[in-house]
Write a protein that binds this ligand. Structure first.
Ligand code: 13P
Length: 257
């Protein structure tokens, strides 16, 4: 099954960088990147830089996305950014439900599902993040938590929506901690996620890319990407350095060869 799916190597730059650094990062990734069949690349800059990065990466084959989106259409929502605007400035993807937004901004499962729907309504591919905290894992609640997070989106959007969506499994305890899930730990959860989708539609489940996120770097990427249900990575820290990010892209290319 994994032979049918492309990898997606995605950088989540979070709230980092300034004009100079972001320009260096975008041009560095673009000039160092050797496109490989079956390995797609995406970067998600902070809102103010999306348009300029989209310009810098035009024609490079590297896609640009946002890190969140409003669930509402244009209107009186001070400080928010709509899917219409994201599309207008060249974002092809948007991360929804990142654990930092769920925790720090109080985003609920229902709200995340609404963001997923709003993105797709504009033809933007949502990258839906799911994942358990350490406490939840230790309580044996990993599958229940992920089941709940996924069910909210299935209820709102339906299984068909996953033909044009990406899922990212990001165990909260592995984000920014230097602790990575082992390939086996990640694979178990990825297989479970695909199983939940397969219960609704096997073909859709077989096609959906499920990325791993949480302290992924050049040194551990090959092991993770070698697992049958891991279809790429959502990378934070290591996506902020050209060489570190490209090392993960190259690891994906080596696995796909
Ligand atoms: P790190 O790669 O820094 O652990 O972050 C992962 C992440 O949250 C990507 O969205």
């Amino acid at each position: 099954m994994s032979g049918m799916r492309s990898f997606l190597i995605a950088g989540n730059w979070k709230m980092n960088g300034d004009s100079g650094h972001i320009r260096e990062l975008a041009t560095g990734i673009s000039s160092g990147h050797e496109p490989v069949e079956g390995v797609d690349v995406l970067v998600c800059p902070p809102f103010p830089y999306i348009a300029s990065v989209a310009g810098l990466l035009a024609g490079s084959g590297i896609a640009v996305g946002a890190q969140t989106v409003s669930e509402n259409g244009n209107g009186a929502f001070t400080g928010d950014v709509s899917a219409t605007m994201l599309k207008d400035i060249g974002a092809a993807f948007v991360i929804v439900g990142h654990s930092e937004r769920r925790t720090l901004n109080g985003e609920t499962d229902t709200q995340v599902a609404a963001k997923f729907v709003a993105a797709q309504a504009e033809g933007i591919v949502p990258v839906l993040c799911v994942g358990e905290t350490l406490e939840e894992r230790e309580a044996g609640a990993t599958e229940a938590v992920i089941g709940r997070q996924l069910a909210a989106v299935l209820d709102a959007a339906g299984i068909g929506a996953f033909k044009k969506a990406v899922i990212a499994y990001e165990p909260v305890w592995a984000i920014g901690t230097g602790k990575t899930a082992t390939p086996e730990q990640a694979q178990d959860v990825h297989r479970h996620i695909r199983g939940l989708l397969a219960a609704e539609d096997e073909q859709v489940a077989g096609g959906v890319q499920i990325l791993y996120g949480g302290s992924m770097k050049g040194e551990n990427a090959a092991g993770l990407l070698g697992m049958s249900d891991i279809d790429g990575g959502l990378i934070g820290g290591a996506s902020l350095k050209v060489d570190d990010f490209l090392a993960i892209v190259r690891a994906g290319a080596a696995v796909r060869k």
